[in-house]
Design a protein. Sequence first.
Length: 148
Amino acid sequence: MVEILFAVAIMSSFIGLLVLALMFHLQIATAGPKHTAAVFLAEEGIEAVKSIRGRGWFSGIEEIECGVPFFLYVSENEWRATTTEQITDGTFIRKMRLEEVRRDENNRIAEEGILDPGTRLVNVEVTWDGLMGRSKAEMSAYVTNIFE
């Protein structure tokens, strides 16, 4: 009888470890493609802001308030900014934020210095719900007023 209980305990442990390994495999298998998609969405967000800049610094970028989160949508074949949350593919939330840029006495970007009205830092955060909770991908880039 003791041998049977011992065998059942070993088999139960083996099955438990097998289930854990399978869950871990599924988690990794589903996380990779979503993370890749999130990185592409972040890159697309930066390119969309550049597209808005291309229409005009003062009529595009200057209209987006610095420090305030915004989202992107397409209207009349052009990227637009809105404060209304947008969900992409029913999964991803891409939140953008423009930040003011300062330059030091050598005209290099710095934490403190003179405000550069022709440059903005674009921060993009793409979040989604995964098997292990909320995940995110982040990306940043500078855009400048090169056309006006």
